[in-house]
Design a protein around this ligand. Structure first.
Ligand SMILES: Nc1ncnc2c1ncn2[C@@H]1O[C@H](COP(=O)(O)OP(=O)(O)OP(=O)(O)O)[C@@H](O)[C@H]1O
Ligand SMILES: C[C@H](N)[C@@H](CCCCCC(=O)O)NC(=O)O
Ligand SMILES: [Mg+2]
Length: 251
């Protein structure tokens, strides 16, 4: 297993957040778009970057479209080209290197970070979204965690709100800490409806007892803002979170 403790100097925008998840489909794009929209409406120039994307939809005209790229494009008001948002796209709904192999090609490992450098001077804050979970492969050589280490922004961990999230969240935090990465905090996201799930009411407190990582808030199913545990608005100042983060087991 490769563990990336040293980060290369990536000439990226000075301010950024790398959104990782406990799993695929947990809501990284949903949360990234929510943050992007909040920052855009507050007047910030926000960039969004997905180092590699897999899982295309075929359109009636025969072209391919990627849901994550379209969502990130729309959340930044169509200001940036899709090729800048995600330079490496693959059709099959598998991990990017697997999907690439199905097309007879490889993910360009170096381009995962050089694509981030193209955002230098284009935005005030760059939101980067991983693919899958922290240890999901993003190229033959690298996991999402490896790329996050090279890009070297604080991480935001998107976790589920319901039963099973304690285990998934603590496992992911352990892997983040093992790599010496900074964790800005955790968002508990109700990506699927959890109406009959009694753990939703207690997961925040149970996690807070078991990790020093800040639980920043939760997002309800269909939610458009981050909430506190008592249901009030968390009113998160994302720029402040980025600048003041973060939690690391090594500190
Ligand atoms: N809070 C929420 N309320 C309603 N739907 C949600 C919420 N969070 C996520 N979803 C939905 O769940 C699905 C998966 O979410 P999303 O695409 O954000 O996952 P992801 O973590 O970005 O996955 P990937 O690893 O493919 O990038 C999407 O259809 C999304 O709209
Ligand atoms: C196809 C998915 N939607 C996603 C890749 C998920 C990889 C998960 C691999 C794994 O951990 O088993 N693609 C992406 O985020 O672009
Ligand atoms: Mg996504």
């Amino acid at each position: 297993m490769s563990v990336n403790l040293a980060s290369e100097a990536v000439a990226k925008p000075a301010t950024g957040l790398f959104v990782v998840g406990t799993d695929t489909d947990i809501g990284k794009t949903y949360v990234t778009c929510l943050i992007a929209r909040q920052l855009v409406s507050a007047g910030s120039i926000v960039g969004v970057y997905k180092p590699a994307c897999s899982g295309a939809i075929s359109l009636p005209d025969g072209s391919q479209s990627w849901g994550d790229i379209e969502a990130l494009y729309a959340a930044t008001d169509g200001r940036f080209e899709r090729s800048l948002i995600c330079p490496q796209r693959f059709v099959a709904p598998c991990a990017p290197p697997v999907a690439a192999a199905m097309e007879g090609c490889r993910v360009d490992d170096q381009r995962l970070t050089s694509g981030c450098e193209l955002w230098h001077d284009r935005c005030e804050i760059l939101l980067v979204e991983g693919a899958g979970g922290l240890l999901s492969p993003v190229s033959e050589e690298s996991t999402v965690g490896d790329v996050a280490g090279r890009i070297d922004y604080p991480l935001l961990l998107v976790a589920g709100a319901g039963l099973g999230t304690i285990n998934h969240t603590l496992l992911t935090i352990e892997a983040i800490e093992r790599r010496g990465l900074k964790l800005a905090g955790v968002i508990l996201n109700e990506h699927t409806r959890c109406e009959d799930d009694q753990s939703v009411a207690t997961n925040w407190q149970e996690l807070a007892k078991r990790t020093n990582a800040p639980i920043l808030g939760r997002i309800g199913h269909g939610g458009t803002e981050v909430l506190r545990d008592d249901g009030g608005s968390a009113r998160i100042d994302w720029l402040n979170i980025v600048h003041s983060s973060g939690h690391s087991a090594r500190e």
